[in-house]
Design a protein around this ligand. Sequence first.
Ligand code: BG6
Length: 432
Amino acid sequence: MKTKLVIFGITGDLGHRKLLPAISRILRTGDFDNLEIIGVSRHEADVRQLLESSLGNVDDIVDRFSMFTMDLSAADEYVRLKDRLALEADEQVIAYLSVPPLSATQIVDMMGQVGLNSSNVKIMYEKPFGMDYESAVDLINRTDRYFSDDQVYRIDHYLAKEMAQNIVAFRGGNALFSHIWNGDVIEKIEVLALEKIGIEGRAHFYEQTGALRDLVQGHLMQLLSLTLMQIPEDFEWSKLPDMRLAALEQIDIAKPELAIRGQYDSYRQEVDNPSSTTETFVSLRLHSLAPEWHGVPLILTTGKGLDQKTTEIRVHLRKAHEAQSNCIKFKIQPDEGVEMEFFVKKPGYDREFERQQLKFSYPEDADLPDAYEQVIVDAIKSRKSLFTGSQEVLRSWEILRPVQSEWQTSGDSLRIYKLGSRPEDIIGDNII
Ligand code: BG6
């Protein structure tokens, strides 16, 4: 089937850093000869120049791209777009909305109004899926007016990371682990997304967002649900969104007293707001009400301006006595792999234990597909397991609602930390 991939906002930062490199790799596999890319922008842009600025030499793929200039707020411009696309019954259009949330809603409305919403039109868009529970409901309702849920592909690029998908393979494909995956054996689960970078010039976006919305609501909740969910017995990947949702539904509503927030010390100057209480660090303890996870602390921690870039899930096993301590780590990035800490006898005459690691990592030259490549390919193939369902979005907001409202009304609990801090320095002994 021929696919016309229409990228709104192709000239933006995401287009330059992620989408164009992902598309060029997809085209260069040679498996997608029926893929045509139409970049939409408000201002005229030369397609070759645009591609070369992010990809270098594009002689082999430039013919697959074209540009369409339009005013995104004018309804009749969408009629022009519809004519340009001239969609046939045996073709599909994927509209990738790489634009701010307000523009995305407007584009969805306008496409619907001019009839660019037949069943062979798909919409792909990125978080933020609303700013809280209520705005997410509104966004979903507005999309529902013109598009059915199976036409909508909500991207959470963490779900598409190779190692995030591997959590499912590792848990389901190995009896050794599938048998121990419950609170009788597992003592605590930590999901961490730690970043060295700050807000990278996104002051306006970040002031309205903060770490809870930016990382916890989507990325971390998704990694947590992949860790807690049941694996479908037939290993059918299309069931994953339902499995993740079932896990989220069991997570108890967050308690503000089990949440810590911090802000790195130069943040207020960076955003030019001396009284900002926007958090750049969050650590939150949750619990699941599912019987198999009863009493197991689920700790989500994320922050910017820290001492390291690490995204990983640590699954701590219960100890029968002090000498034991096993931890399974899903290393989402960098150094993608799985690591297990365990104890062995220290070589020598004495009977001592020492900590060692059992590791799986991809070979250094392994060429792992980028998350954006995966989501585009899956949308072309109508595979939805890597995308967030509307109910998952709503449930995550619902879980976090009390923390959001507490933090909105009071700045008291904010901890200011030095750039380059370790998470444990910010958290102290409080909740972990
Ligand atoms: C984005 C957030 O969704 O994810 C950013 O908006 C964050 O603030 C980024 O830096 C992290 O993504 P990755 O893939 O680099 O871990």
